[in-house]
Design a protein around this ligand. Structure first.
Ligand code: 1GP
Length: 248
């Protein structure tokens, strides 16, 4: 698919990927969104991720996607459930919440969504989703048995299993607004064991931490809250990880 090839090209070039997470529930003013999206795009954010766990309706999602359509970077759905699927996006992180105790989040929602995704011609990006540490709302709703921040071995076992099942990405999620991000030690350990591409999100709010996470082996980072709370800081994060490009 087009989006998967684009992301793979960035990985092959050694360019760290930055996902700008837009939570439709938190967008109060579409004009502000446009303003912020323009800055994110100009600073070199790689793609927009659109989604959130609570308070997101299809109408809201569509409204946001229409605005983001003005920018020539992919719009990827980051779904919390089957109601968050829209033909206005380019792709969807087709995720299984690997450490959920509820089969619905492991495979049920995916079965319910598969024909819809196909008929909408949305590109599915095969992704394992693993909730670590703080976990936040996603862990609660997804009934996740969270991986402790310091249990890199357990996380590595999941990563390897996801790789063996053919998933292209593993999203390590500390939870939106987490007081602590996934630890670089965990990312380093997983990267030694598995070749799966790591996406890391949750609680990233400083350029220094973002750089540590990428240096530890993450191929992509996700920032959400910091974009809403302090856009200039988010732009600094994007700039900082771009400076890590191989050969820069
Ligand atoms: C949440 O990983 C994302 O699903 C982003 O988290 O909002 O803390 O950046 P933040």
């Amino acid at each position: 698919g087009k989006v998967a090839s684009y992301l793979q090209r960035l990985i092959d070039e050694g360019s760290p990927i930055h996902f700008s997470l837009i939570d439709p529930d938190k967008v109060t003013d579409l004009e502000i969104l446009q303003n912020v999206a323009t800055k994110l795009y100009r600073s070199g954010s790689s793609a927009f991720l659109v989604g959130g766990t609570l308070g997101v309706s299809k109408e809201r999602l569509d409204g946001i996607l229409e605005i983001l359509n003005d920018y020539p970077i992919p719009k990827i759905i980051f779904p919390s459930n089957v109601n968050l699927i829209s033909e206005k996006a380019d792709a969807i992180l087709f995720m299984s919440l690997l450490n959920s105790d509820d089969l619905y989040y492991v495979i049920g929602a995916q079965v319910a969504a598969s024909f819809i995704v196909k008929s909408m011609k949305l590109e599915p990006i095969p992704t394992g989703y693993l909730i670590v540490g703080h976990g936040g709302t996603a862990a609660h709703i997804g009934r996740a048995r969270v991986i402790p921040y310091d249990n890199a071995e357990l996380a590595s076992a999941y990563a390897l299993a996801a790789e063996f099942m053919g998933m292209d990405y593993l999203y390590l999620e500390a939870g939106s607004g987490a007081p602590e991000t996934v630890r670089p030690e965990m990312i380093r350990t997983i990267s030694r064991v598995s070749r799966i591409n790591l996406i890391v999100g949750g609680g990233i709010r400083s350029p220094e931490r973002a750089v540590e996470i990428v240096r530890a082996g993450a191929k992509a980072i996700v920032t959400g809250n910091v974009i809403e709370n302090d856009t200039e800081r988010a732009l600094k994060i994007i700039e900082a990880i771009q400076n890590l490009r191989v050969g820069y």
